[in-house]
Design a protein around this ligand. Sequence first.
Ligand SMILES: [Cu+2]
Length: 315
Amino acid sequence: MYILSSATNASNFVTGVDKAFLIIVGISFLFLIGLTLTMLYFVFKYNHKKNPQATQIKGSTKLEIIWTVIPVILVLVMFYYGWAGWAPMRTAPEDSFNIQVNSRMWNFTFQYENGKISDTLFVPLNKPVKLNLVSLDVIHSLYIPSFRVKEDVVPGREKFAWFVPQREGTFELFCAEYCGLNHSYMYNWVKVLPEQKFNEWYVDTTKRVDVAAVDSPTANGQRIMKNIGCFACHSVDGTKLVGPSFKGLYGHTATVITGGNERQLTVDDEYIKRSIYDPNADVVKGFNKGLMLPYKGQLSDDDVAQIIEYLKTLK
Ligand SMILES: [Cu+2]
């Protein structure tokens, strides 16, 4: 069974978590069998035909002690293994490789110390990795089942998770805290690369936002938007989602609320840039303020320019 083999464990926490899990399931299973058998035995032995006269039993210190002491021991055993598996998760090694996880409705982006940003979590094999969990809006939860890592991401709190990836490969990562309409979009991949391959990827800072092969400026803009999650709230086919559709956006006359006053303007580069860096400055009429968060710091001027090129093509 895969959870019993340790040679190929995806992370250093698999053994501890699986041990606690198996012990708790095992004890529960023994109780299920034991209680069911005892119940069946009593049903046969003391049914009305065999035992027409019920016997009254009053108090038994011996029994009381047995059914107090045994469960206490079992619960403590469960606690011990649970604790032993959990405690090491709370202290990350000093020399961990730090990655900031930005969580927002509805995507995760991974930000590295050299400025790289990616929608896939790249990590080096056999090195401790510390994820500093940041929420820009509501409570999310970062879950990497293969690594047995799960930690809530709470706005305003410093949260972290750490692990040592021990198997090369691609693993699932997702949000495990229902965080609104498109919660299910928060689904990403962890890629564990041998150290040398990881370093090659890491030092390549020509792409701030990690995108696949670039064919044209507009394709690039589209990929940036996909990676950073714009399409969770904006469609390109005219459908109204959380935000207005991008179809026919560029050049049309928009009605916006600026500081409480309604005004009309023509959508140009300047307006789109402002909408991305400071979305609440002009709020599109009919939509809610505060849902789109500022992307200042996450998208460079260059990224925004490429997004604008792409938006221009959506006639
Ligand atoms: Cu979420």
